[in-house]
Design a protein around this ligand. Structure first.
Ligand code: AMP
Length: 192
């Protein structure tokens, strides 16, 4: 099963992606997690990445497209995947659509996590206390949300137009367990 998640930072995509990935034995492909892992290398690239990520800006499309290409062609993805945090810009969307069609890969479900930005801000501030993430203070959150509006919303609009029958809005201000139920209901009904 192949799934894409859209939704602003703090909308709970990561939590839901982990739960679904476990349940369906598919890969949770979080570009944020992959990049945070790269920060541990302490080389030139990781210093540049840290600067971009901790300011709430987006890492270059070239780097992200390369990461995704490598992952999607890897063995881990054979069973399926959940893309969490990618594509985030129109050039990334173009790259992904090209890659999917070249490799004859069909996306089964796209879930768009809908939530008010006010709720997200409160959630992220709480998460920053729990996880000590350097990209989780109010100023950075506002940059991240602005980037989402400017760069990623047009991508979700494009995917909604292109994959209308597979595209589902998820009300993401509910409790974790409620959101999971909503996702499972759509998956079990096999609506596509
Ligand atoms: P996330 O955990 O998905 O919110 O990602 C954390 C940070 O990693 C983002 O604020 C960006 O700086 C960077 N990042 C993750 N995914 C992407 C992407 N697809 N394109 C550009 N930057 C990304």
């Amino acid at each position: 099963m192949k799934i894409i998640f859209f939704g602003p930072p703090g909308s709970g995509k990561g939590t839901q992606a982990k739960l679904l990935a476990e349940q369906f034995s598919i890969l949770h492909l979080s570009t944020g997690d992959i990049l945070r892992n790269k920060l541990k290398d302490k080389d030139n690239l990781s210093f540049k990445l840290k600067e971009i990520m901790s300011s709430g800006n987006l890492v270059s499309d070239e780097i992200l497209n390369e990461i995704i290409k490598e992952k999607l062609t890897g063995k881990d993805c054979e069973n399926g995947f959940i893309l969490d945090g990618y594509p985030r810009t129109l050039p990334q969307a173009d790259f992904l659509l090209g890659f999917l069609s070249e490799n004859n890969i069909k996306i089964n479900y796209i879930f768009d996590f809908i939530i008010e930005f006010k709720v997200v801000e409160a959630r992220i501030i709480q998460r920053s206390k729990e996880e000590n993430r350097s990209d989780d203070n109010l100023e950075v959150i506002q940059t991240r949300l602005k980037k989402y509006m400017e760069e990623t919303s047009p991508v979700s609009v494009l995917f909604n137009q292109k994959f209308k029958e597979n595209y589902f809005n998820i009300s993401a201000s509910k409790e974790i367990s409620e959101i999971q139920k909503d996702l499972l209901k759509i998956l079990k009904n096999g609506q596509k």
